[in-house]
Design a protein around this ligand. Structure first.
Ligand SMILES: [Fe+2]
Ligand SMILES: [Fe+2]
Length: 162
């Protein structure tokens, strides 16, 4: 069973994205608790928790897709395709409303999918962003050309005509 505990290994190095992933893990842990708790209002609680997790997850996916487009991530299409296949799977699971074990099946799927996705695919864009930052930093840190560093005054172009 997936632990759904946030760890630094899951960080993508962007505070807003990390905060969203962390909150998503919290919602999924809450969902798992609801489907396993066995209380009399279990179904209602689980349904609410599921709706909240899926709604928040969709909001996160859209924010992340926007970020990847804005930053020119070269594997955007592949990443978006992974998000889309997740969306299709969620729709198909939700369509099996007649199944008694649906809550547990969806909770397990979400926990496994999000843990894997954040720790592998999201780490790939994190690596790209880090390499972009290194390029920017090393470009800005480059020493100016020797002539600009010299304090020698430029020769007077009118010196010979006086
Ligand atoms: Fe993400
Ligand atoms: Fe993603």
């Amino acid at each position: 069973m997936q632990s759904l505990e946030w760890s630094e290994e899951s960080s993508v190095g962007i505070p807003q994205m990390d905060a969203q992933h962390r909150h998503l893990f919290e919602l999924l842990a809450e969902l798992r608790k609801c489907v396993n708790c066995g209380a009399s209002d279990n179904d209602t609680l689980a349904r609410k928790a599921l709706q909240e997790a899926i709604r928040y997850a969709e909001w996160h996916l859209r924010r992340e897709e926007l970020l990847l487009r804005l930053r020119g991530y070269p594997d955007y299409a592949k990443h978006k395709a992974e998000h889309d296949s997740y969306r299709e799977k969620v729709v198909s699971l939700q369509a099996q409303a007649h199944r008694r074990d649906l809550g547990i099946r969806i909770a397990n799927f979400l926990a496994a999918w999000w843990t894997y996705h954040i720790q592998t695919s999201d780490q790939q864009y994190a690596r790209f962003f880090r390499s972009q930052e290194r390029i920017v930093n090393s470009s800005l840190a480059a020493a100016p050309p020797t002539r600009w560093r010299s304090r020698q005054p430029l020769p007077d172009p009118h010196a010979g005509s006086r």
